[in-house]
Design a protein around this ligand. Structure first.
Ligand code: NAD
Length: 512
């Protein structure tokens, strides 16, 4: 097929595919209907490829392949060590693709190339981590002396449906693929339609690592079509979803008919609370990185900064000066700190919040498209101060390089502000006071808290949100629990003392 990439001065990776197919039962295939959708790059906003648009019949084929691999294939029955060897080979292959992956990811998502580079290593680490975990995994046995021995028979569940978003797509796919596969399930992955490019690497990686055919299947397509069919498929008992809260609500409703296991990582509007006793320089570095890295398109972004009144003016001044100096530019340029937003639709959404913010707060930095970038989905890092908690830019997830700053006087006021949103994903707290640090952390409504740090992940810890930010926690053994059934097996050690129903001889009815 000829390339649809227009002549342009901006960087285009070599050997860019111009058509992306599904991968079902070990083969690359188009949709049964032949339908496709266009894929664009966020710098030129030109279509560079088409992708097969999966419909219900494509999902049916992928689920049938995954079901066959689960019921009759070797994968669920392999010894953990055998599966771990394959997972480690997958990790090696992912690492070997680091440069290529970063190139494709940066091109397709608009992420700065320096930030896209870390994604392969993090994805590989997920496979190594779960390879280790399943080999070390053991389950409980419980004894009732002389009476019973009971044990847990942990088993894979079946075909897992994995539905992922467009921000750091490859890495987020690895979060689901690694534990789902490690535990012996088979999978159907439905990647985000804005960014299908990097997901196309998985098929070859899995093939080269000798993952049996049918264990991994990928169906591209729109959420309302391919995603919806996956969620409603009766032979898919598990759905792990990462995306917007409203999409999560739709999936929750649609999964009810078949009572599926659900894991949901949803949106966020996380607070970054800076007390007057904080290490101010470190807090500013972290509060900048926390919302402007990954173009601000990160679920755990610290997008509401709350600052103690005593240092408020100094914080705002220093923070805004640094935000203004952030380098916005072509994602492929190693000097770029903020690249292009993923898609023109998303750009419009973020730009509309920037305009709204001008009436809801005091603009300290940014405020729209940078003057030197007339084309592409670029928004300058934007800072609004004096934002009241009732403002929409304080309450709603913007998912771009936009941050609000609000002052507080007391710990109680800071806590009330921090918890004053429907979301509860992450929180960042900056203070040198040990008692306050712990008290505040424990009272904050957030699934994850970082003290004196931005988001640095330990793969063993639970990952997930509370309130509208999610349902259930993955991470470490919690992922193993999500992707397995824990069957309780009870064995009698001696004679069972069973009440002998029906064994009493019938008496003649008593005369009254
Ligand atoms: P989205 O909800 O629009 O889409 C996510 C995925 O769901 C896509 O693959 C999409 O095709 C699919 N989808 C859409 N409608 C569907 C339906 N009716 N049935 C089944 N699937 C459907 O989210 P997005 O815009 O791609 O991603 C951004 C969102 O993801 C933000 O809200 C962000 O906070 C959230 N996110 C959360 C985490 C987390 O761990 N909590 C991590 C990353 C992103």
């Amino acid at each position: 097929m000829t390339s649809t990439v227009p002549e342009t001065t901006h960087y285009v990776p070599e050997n860019l595919p111009t058509h992306l197919q599904h991968y079902i039962n070990g083969s690359f295939v188009d949709s049964v209907s032949g339908k496709t959708f266009d894929v664009l790059d966020p710098v030129s906003n030109a279509n560079y490829a088409t992708a097969a648009a999966g419909q219900r019949e494509d999902i049916d084929l992928a689920v049938a392949a995954a079901r066959e691999a689960f019921v009759n294939g070797p994968w669920p029955r392999m010894k953990p060590r055998e599966r771990a060897r394959i997972l480690n080979r997958i990790a090696d292959a992912v690492e070997a693709q680091e440069t290529r992956l970063a190139d494709l990811e940066s091109f397709d998502t608009g992420l700065p190339i320096t930030q896209a580079k870390g994604q392969a290593l993090r994805a590989a680490e997920n496979f190594r981590f779960f390879a280790d975990l399943i080999v070390a995994q053991f389950d409980d046995a419980m004894k009732v002396p002389g009476v019973q021995i009971n044990y847990v028979n942990r088993k894979p569940i079946g075909v897992a449906g994995l539905i992922t978003p467009w921000n750091t797509p490859f890495m987020l796919e690895s979060w689901k693929l690694a534990p789902a596969l490690a535990t012996g399930n088979t999978v159907v992955l439905k990647p985000a339609e804005f960014t299908p490019l990097s997901a196309s690497l998985w098929a070859q990686i899995f093939k080269d690592a000798d993952l049996p055919d049918g264990v991994f299947n990928l169906v591209n397509g729109l959420g309302e079509e391919a995603g919806d069919a996956l969620v409603k498929h009766p032979q898919v008992p598990l759905i792990s979803f990462t995306g917007e809260t409203t999409t999560g609500q739709t999936i929750f409703r649609n999964a009810a008919t078949n009572l599926k296991g659900l894991s949901m990582e949803l949106g966020g509007k996380s607070p970054c609370v800076v007390f007057a006793d904080a290490d101010l320089a470190a807090a500013i570095d972290s509060a900048l990185f926390g919302v402007f890295s990954l173009n601000g398109e990160r679920c755990t972004a610290g997008s509401r900064i709350l600052v103690e009144q005593a240092i408020y003016d100094e914080f705002c001044e220093k923070y805004a000066a640094r935000a203004q100096a952030i380098v916005v530019g072509d994602p492929h340029d190693p000097a770029t700190e903020v690249g292009a937003l993923v898609h023109p639709e998303h750009y419009e959404k973020v730009a509309s919040y920037v305009e709204l913010g001008k009436s809801e707060g005091r603009l300290l930095a940014g405020g729209g498209r940078p003057a030197h970038l007339p084309e592409g989905n670029y928004i300058a890092p934007t800072v609004f101060a004096d934002v009241a908690p009732g403002a929409r830019i304080f309450q709603e997830e913007i998912f771009g390089p936009v941050v609000t700053i609000t002052a507080f006087e007391t710990d109680a006021e800071a806590l009330a502000l921090a918890n004053n949103t429907k979301y509860g994903l992450a929180a960042y707290i900056w203070t040198q006071n040990l008692t306050r640090a712990h008290t505040f952390s424990q009272n904050i409504e957030a699934g994850m808290v970082w003290l004196n740090s931005h988001n640095v992940r330990d793969l063993r810890t639970p990952f997930g949100g509370v309130k509208a930010s999610g349902l259930g926690h993955e991470g470490g053994y919690r992922s193993i629990d999500f992707y397995t059934d824990q069957q309780a097996v009870h064995i009698s050690l001696g004679a069972v003392h069973t009440p002998k129903f029906g064994s009493i001889t019938t008496h003649a009815p008593q005369q009254g």
